[in-house]
Design a protein around this ligand. Structure first.
Ligand code: BDR
Ligand code: CA
Length: 308
């Protein structure tokens, strides 16, 4: 079983990604660290615990990480995820609060298990960047980092969702993303190029298939997805694809690229410029350009039907 830390900002699709991860026997979730992004870090931490306790997995630790991006004010996305960040579905509040020390938890878990821990980051990269800077051995000791972030303009779907150039997680903390992309960590990127491809979206038919399953996980998934389904007629499951890419790399296609993150404070803020490396130049990221949509959905459906 692969040791995994999930760094996230739940968030409806983060919560679904968490459900997929804890239902997958291939991986052992060591803990969840949360970051400010879709909503405040207080709420993202509570939301991770709400999800875990609801499905009977309250033993998985949750840690608060950073409450704001490295250098910029926080921009949240409650208009996408609801005021509570979980689709206002009245999911009960947790009995236990998250612990403090998310950044330290990442660094210590990686240091105690050199070369064995996969990080999956589905929010702004603030916690990961701080773990890499404050504990400088971390990027060398991580097995690999899989992120949901970026709009690479490599497919017809690779346009930004905050600005035409920039995706939310990178836009929110471009300085952190810049540190991560320059860290030499083995990096796989799930960006909007695949996560907004219609073949992976949860349309009404797929939603009904999830709603028809029995068990707490599927019930929770359909309750929180309802918010987006009712507004937009479909649910974008960006972050779930990052977990799927860690679990099932064989259903994804990737290209090796050299990515530069733009950190200006103009219309290019948070753009992820991907170019083919020149002869002798190193790539710094494997970017997902396609995924077998039906296989992805089958994986999600089968795991959500798992009890406990
Ligand atoms: C990303 O932004 C957030 O709103 C989602 O949770 C996802 O991580 C998509 O751009
Ligand atoms: Ca997210």
């Amino acid at each position: 079983m692969e040791k995994v830390i999930l760094d996230m900002d739940p968030g409806i699709d983060d919560a679904l990604a968490l459900l997929l991860a804890i239902s997958s026997p291939e991986i052992a979730v060591q803990g969840v660290t949360t970051v400010a992004g879709n909503t405040t870090v207080e709420k993202t931490g509570l939301n991770a615990r709400r999800v875990l306790e609801y499905v009977g997995r309250g033993e998985i630790p949750v840690y608060y990480g950073s409450s704001s991006p490295m250098t910029r004010p926080l921009t949240t996305a409650e208009h996408v995820h609801g005021l509570d960040g979980l689709g206002e579905a009245k999911i009960p509040m947790p009995r236990q609060l998250p612990s403090l020390g998310g950044i330290q938890f990442i660094a210590e878990t990686v240091a105690n298990n050199p070369g064995e821990v996969t990080l999956i980051a589905t929010g702004p990269l603030t916690n990961v960047a701080l773990a890499f800077i404050l504990y400088s051995r971390t990027p060398r000791l991580v097995k690999r980092l899989v992120i949901m972030g970026g709009a690479y303009h490599l497919t017809p779907y690779g346009r930004g969702n905050v600005t035409p150039l920039s995706e939310f997680n990178i836009y929110t903390d471009p300085e952190a993303a810049n540190i991560v992309f320059n860290s030499s960590v083995p990096l796989t990127c799930v960006g909007l190029d695949i996560s907004t491809n219609p073949s992976v979206k949860i349309n009404r038919k797929r939603y009904e298939a999830i709603r028809g399953l029995t068990g707490k996980k599927a019930e929770l998934a359909s309750r929180i997805m309802k918010y987006q389904l009712e507004r937009w007629g479909e649910v974008e499951v960006h972050d779930v694809l990052a977990v799927a890419a860690a679990l099932r790399p064989e259903i994804f296609q990737t290209v090796e690229m050299r990515v530069q993150v733009l950190t200006h404070s103009d219309a290019s803020r948070g753009a992820t410029v991907a170019v083919k490396p020149r002869e002798g130049e190193k790539n710094n990221a494997s970017i997902c350009t396609s995924v077998e949509g039906e296989k992805f959905f089958e994986l999600l459906l089968s795991r959500l039907s798992e009890p406990g």
